[in-house]
Structure formats: C-alpha cells, structure tokens
Design a protein around this ligand. Structure first.
Ligand SMILES: [Zn+2]
Length: 102
C-alpha cells in the first residue's frame, strides 16, 4: 500500500468516526427525550400517573396508585424547615448543617 492510499484511508476513517460520534450524540439526545416523555410525571415505584397536591403550602407530586411522593429540588428542605421536630431535619443535620439547639 502506498503512503498516499494510507493517507486517504486514514482521512476516510476519521470522517466516519466523526460522523458516528455525531449520530451517537443525536441518538443520546433523542433517547433522553424519549425517556422523559415516557417517565414524565410517572411514579418511580409503580409507573402510575402522579397527581399534584398541596402540602404545607408546597405543591408535591403524589402517586395516584401507591402514594409515593416526589419532591422538586429544595422542597424537602422547605418542608423540613417548617417542622423542626421532624425526623427529616435531623437527617439533614448529618450533612454538616449542624444542629442549632436553642
Ligand atoms: Zn406509584
């Protein structure tokens, strides 16, 4: 094989590799979207639809079938902050937040 052939073969392989990684990335994005469509507002335990309910002034998602609860980021802290005697508060204390006895 001549150096020239080798050079063009290498270029071809690189182009194919680039194309493949582009297609892979597109498929990743598409798969992510499909997953989101499939699981959005679905219970992580049983797959049933979640319903939005007001709880202590916060809107939480509750499974219509098994009653599992889904909280948005920060909502657990909000709930814990409203009830300082709750066990959730001591749970968060474990993460270096420290307890303020007073
Ligand atoms: Zn469920």
């Amino acid at each position: 094989m001549s150096d020239e052939e080798d050079y063009f073969r290498k270029l071809d392989q690189e182009a194919k590799a680039r194309l493949k990684s582009m297609l892979d990335a597109e498929q990743d994005a598409a798969a992510r979207e499909a997953r989101k469509d499939l699981h959005f507002h679905k219970c992580g335990k049983c797959g049933s639809d979640m319903t939005t309910q007001a709880f202590r002034g916060i809107e939480i998602e509750v499974c219509s079938n098994c009653g599992a609860v889904l909280l948005d980021p920060g909502e657990l802290q909000q709930l814990a902050g409203k009830d300082t005697t709750d066990v959730i508060t001591s749970f968060f204390g474990m993460f270096g937040g420290g307890s303020s006895d007073g």
